[in-house]
Design a protein. Structure first.
Length: 95
């Protein structure tokens, strides 16, 4: 495969991914649509985590901690960091 093809695909991928936020920044969404857009990141995160669980106990422990933090209105960054730490410690301990 030619480097030109790889470069063209990289530019195309970047343009496609940048189009959504760029276009949404110019358009004022109705209130109901903005509420839906605000709920998309947690829903997508839940979908990705759910498909990867497969009864992995350290991962389940991390997800439980993340859910507890998010339920208590903690930040998403704190929840992800705590989940990573708990899963890593659980794996290190032999889980």
């Amino acid at each position: 495969m030619s480097w030109w093809v790889i470069a063209a695909l990289a530019v195309g991928t970047f343009a496609f991914r940048a189009a959504g936020p760029t276009l949404l920044a110019r358009v004022a969404l109705p209130a109901w649509a903005q509420r839906v857009v605000d709920l998309l990141p947690p829903a997508l995160l839940a979908a990705v985590v759910t498909t990867q669980l497969r009864f992995d106990l350290p991962l389940l422990a991390g997800v439980a901690i993340a859910v507890a933090i998010l339920w208590r209105r903690g930040s998403l960054l704190m929840a992800v960091g705590a989940a990573m730490a708990v899963a890593a410690v659980a794996r290190w301990l032999g889980g």
